[in-house]
Design a protein around this ligand. Structure first.
Ligand SMILES: [Zn+2]
Length: 639
């Protein structure tokens, strides 16, 4: 049954139980759109994108679609692979004009599914000429900024209309792109020919096309990360300025070790070449998006040039790389869809994203992108966040897998109460729990590495068709590594409302504690993010203009009446300043007087007292010497 007939039935059922005074019939819904079939679409779609208008952020699209006469529905992609939600920006499509043999063909938009355009192909027409623009955001309050005068991020998902009724892998496309003069580009697509600033790529399926985005720019650098490996793995760097491309050999070596360590972990590869697309920019919006043969990574401009300041940004590439195995090649059965307009279901994102978060964390340490100490400090921070996540009381970890569909990453006010996609980081804690359990029970003979090798390391070299799995498959693969009641283990952690899964820390030989000095990792993350983080003491984070960027649900600040957006004006009679507040919290630990804040909410000033005397609290791990240091073993490079 498709969802429209289900809707009809539920309406009928609802009406059947209702006493209706006046006969009333709901207007019928539009006819169902053809469901995708696994059969080839005849002919090859030519898709030409002019991406040269970067200052106005406009992409101009011309498509030639082979057709037969009669009814046709064209779809604009709605569901984004890797985004796990309905993120297609149909609101940014404009200027849609369709012609056949020079004559205009009128279209009408489906009134229920506004991503679908219905039309009738005139008798005798062999092709449709389709043109439209994708008007990408000109300001970050409209969405991601994807073009700047110096670089761009082209995503085919936003730049194509395709015929309904076929699997995406059955629709052939020949794409071409025109870039600003003199720009370089990188993509997993393979070049067929170039003419001036226009590059035409070899024909691919629509599925591969959408999985093969492009970064391009004025300032670019390409590094071979695996010169002696089985297939090429390249790091393609684009930046706001040429000087930001400067790299030190030891930083590139760490990225080379990332490839080696990933191969030792997964014992396979699921691509015939791999391209990291990396943008170092504070003008193009950040991104982390996985693909089979590439990944989109957007991070701080000083990623290489101020390496020591940015340890918290270095897990991005390991995470996206691990996705080539976990997420792209192995994919939850309910998440895989035959085209980009069939709804995705996210029930297993705690494997897809949660375990990738774990492997990204582990691989960053094993490759030396972060030190073991930085990795431990980061884990302390993650564990502390979840120790303070009040939202678990009402929303299970399992329910957070629906968040990409519920919120599509719109900003939310009460993060600790609403929760948001917690399957990433709480998933990481859960998989550490599983890893240390296996290591403890097998006396160090087995580990989650064995699961990775067995689950992801199959069909080496295969990448065209994702190999899907269910929860039962995950449980069976864990059982094959180490027999245990894994179904109960996982369900307990996914469904429970009590404390976060911190057993992995204890079994790893560490305990979470709070001290009055932040770790170096914590301090650097605070500086980089331009925040003052008092989450674990007063229960707030101070951001731009001294406004509270986050307030912990049920924390001391919230209990005192402070809220998101409250501006801190003064503390104990002195103008607010981070270092001053730090000193006052320290002093209040041996004092009985409350901290007195003058705050501004809107145009109202008020005085708020917080009777807090527990001092500064910053998370860190301390070694539990009577338990083997299993965490250290997990983070050590594989030989
Ligand atoms: Zn991810």
């Amino acid at each position: 049954m498709n969802w429209r007939s289900a809707l009809h039935l539920s309406l009928a059922a609802a009406l059947a139980g209702t006493v209706v005074a006046v006969a009333q019939t709901p207007a019928p819904l539009p006819a169902a759109i053809a469901e995708p079939q696994d059969r080839p679409y005849p002919g090859v779609i030519r898709l030409a994108v002019d991406a040269s208008d970067v200052t106005r952020h406009i992409f101009r699209v011309q498509e030639t679609i082979p057709v037969e006469s009669g009814a046709l529905t064209l779809l604009y992609p709605k569901w984004g692979p890797g985004s796990h939600g309905p993120i297609g920006r149909i609101d940014s499509l404009a200027g849609l004009v369709i012609r056949a043999d020079g004559q205009r063909v009128e279209w009408s938009r489906d009134t229920v599914d506004v991503y679908a355009f219905h039309l009738t192909v005139p008798v005798g027409a062999r092709n449709l000429d389709v043109e439209f623009q994708f008007l990408s955001a000109t300001d970050d309050n409209q969405g991601r900024i994807v073009t700047t005068p110096d670089l761009l991020n082209l995503q085919w998902l936003s730049l194509v209309l395709y015929p309904a009724g076929h699997f995406a892998r059955q629709i052939a496309v020949e794409p071409s792109v025109r870039l600003p003069d003199g720009w370089e580009f990188a993509t997993a697509l393979e070049v067929a020919s170039t003419a001036g600033a226009t590059t035409t790529f070899k024909q691919v399926s629509l599925e591969v096309l959408v999985d093969s985005p492009m970064f391009a720019g004025r300032h670019a650098k390409r590094v071979d990360l695996d010169p002696s490996g089985p297939v090429p793995v390249r790091l393609n760097v684009f930046a706001d300025r040429a000087d930001l491309l400067e790299t030190k050999p030891e930083h590139l070596d760490a990225h080379r070790r990332l490839v080696t360590q990933a191969y030792r972990l997964f014992n396979s590869r699921h691509y015939d070449h791999y391209d990291f697309l990396l943008a170092l920019s504070d003008r193009m919006s950040g991104i982390g998006l996985e693909h089979h043969r590439s990944s989109e990574n957007g991070t701080v401009p000083t990623f290489f040039t101020q390496w020591d300041n940015n340890p918290d940004t270095r897990e991005l590439l390991p995470h996206e790389f691990a996705h080539s195995w976990n997420g792209k090649f192995r994919r939850p059965a309910d998440l895989w869809t035959p085209n980009f307009n069939v709804p995705m279901r996210d029930s297993l994102l705690w494997v897809y994203e949660g375990q990738t978060q774990y492997w990204g964390y582990v691989l960053a340490a094993r490759s030396g992108l972060v030190t073991a100490e930085q990795a431990r400090d980061q884990l302390a921070y993650t564990a502390a966040i979840f120790q303070h996540r009040a939202g678990r009381e009402w929303k299970s970890l399992q329910d957070t897998t629906n968040d990409p569909i519920i919120a599509s990453r719109r900003p939310i006010p009460w993060r600790s109460w609403q929760r948001s996609e917690d399957y990433y980081q709480e998933g990481e804690l859960m998989w550490l729990d599983a890893d240390t359990l296996i290591r403890e029970a097998s006396n160090g003979q087995k580990s989650l590495d064995d699961f990775a090798r067995a689950f992801f390391g199959v069909d080496d070299g295969q990448w065209i068709t994702p190999k899907t799995y269910t929860l039962d498959d995950v449980v069976a693969a864990l059982n094959a590594v180490h027999p245990h009641d894994w179904a109960a283990f996982l369900r307990a952690r996914l469904d429970r409302h009590d404390g976060p899964p911190l057993d992995g820390l204890a079994r790893g030989g560490y305990a979470l504690t709070y001290t009055d000095t932040p770790t170096d990792y914590f301090k650097k993350a605070e500086t980089r993010r331009k925040i003052a983080d008092f989450t674990f003491s007063l229960g707030f984070v101070v951001g731009r203009e001294n406004k509270l960027a986050d307030v912990l649900w049920n924390g001391r600040a919230q209990q005192a009446g402070l809220t998101i957006g409250t501006q801190l004006i003064a503390v104990n009679g002195e103008a607010y300043d981070k270092d001053r507040l730090v000193a006052m919290i320290k002093a209040a630990a041996t004092d009985t007087a409350p901290l007195e804040f003058i705050v501004k909410i809107g145009n109202r000033y008020s005085t708020v007292r917080i009777d807090y005397h527990d001092g500064l609290r910053y998370p860190r791990l301390i070694r539990h010497t009577d338990i083997p240091a299993r965490l250290d073993a997990i983070l050590a490079p594989r030989q």
